[in-house]
Design a protein around this ligand. Sequence first.
Ligand code: ADP
Ligand code: MG
Length: 399
Amino acid sequence: MNPITNPYAPGAGSPPLELCGRSAVRRAVEVCIERLRLGRSAKSVVMVGLRGVGKTVLLEQMRRDAEECGVHTVRIETPENRSLPGILAPQLRLALLRLSKIEAAKATAIRGLRALTGFASKLKVSFHDIEVGFDYDSEPGLADNGDLESDLAALLEQIGKAAQRAGTVLVLFLDELQYVHEGQLEALISALHRCAQEQLPVTLVGAGHPQLIGRMGKAKSYAERLFDFPEIGALRDEDAREAIVKPALNEGVEFLEDAVDAMIEKTHGYPYFLQEWGKHTWDVALRSPITESDVENASQQAIAALDESFFRVRFGRLTPVEKRYLRGMAELGPGLHRSGDIAYQLGRTVQSFGPTRNNLIRKGMIWSPTHGDTDFTVPLFDEFMKRIMPGNEWKTAIE
Ligand SMILES: Nc1ncnc2c1ncn2[C@@H]1O[C@H](COP(=O)(O)OP(=O)(O)O)[C@@H](O)[C@H]1O
Ligand SMILES: [Mg+2]
């Protein structure tokens, strides 16, 4: 098929032509926003899932949906090494400037900009990466204690009041929430809590790693009452089918049933993998309809592309013993594994791997859904580990 018209879009954050199987969660967010607009209560939504399941593109789609309904949105990605106030401040400023253009909200929004000045100038002492323009002088006592938790609550409250006056909702779209540090996450939760108590139309639509649920609960015990945590995972078969078939059909290209079945089987319905298989199968196929043997012929390339673009991310930053640990884990196959079973694979005690395991969790390679259990943070990572460290040498490696 012509690669120029290839309709598949593998890549972190690359929007798919068809965003399949996510209508329920999109609807939930829409309901949340509309309830807030009416002054009703609604839980914030934090979507959790592994890398490559489509959280970022979903978040962006929800943001577009919200903007279309006339709601004010703020889009924030949380890079690993930036502070939350550092990335929030410039975006909140933009939101306030927009709200200040609305006559009914003008005075309140300007007070919000004063709050922002107080917030940023005091907190800059602890968070050096705060860089934001000051439009108005600060107001003594307004969000300027120099304490993140109380200042963020005061700032968000002021913004919420401005949004309320404007008859709109302010929705914070925050991606990669797992990178927000403990104390800062706590401050964010508590600021949202304040807004909920005051019935202000401010909410969070977030996305991040599944471990967030536990972390947020630990940060603030009331987090469970404040947030819904829908899980984003692999697509159901019929949605995966649509994700494959529809983009091609738009270009007048068809798939045989067997070909689709083979793709679903190979990708397990994971969105990133579906896009990668779709792309390579398209490029390999000579004519429509695309057949199962086209899928087979494309598989090697699809896997190679995934190894390079998806699996290898961060792999290079691991130490030899960390790689060994992951390889031992992979030997046990997909799913949850007891720390003891992994250590057994490697012929050492659980305790001796304690620091390694902690480092791997910190680096985002594995996580622990329940105490003593470990899983990869990326789907099908076990198969990648076996490809990249074949043979048995890892079993006997001497450190
Ligand atoms: N619902 C979906 N249907 C089809 N493809 C999808 C869907 N969601 C995501 N994708 C594809 O999956 C890949 C990963 O999406 P991304 O949002 O970056 O995942 P995450 O943020 O969870 O790591 C992208 O190539 C995207 O086009
Ligand atoms: Mg993402």
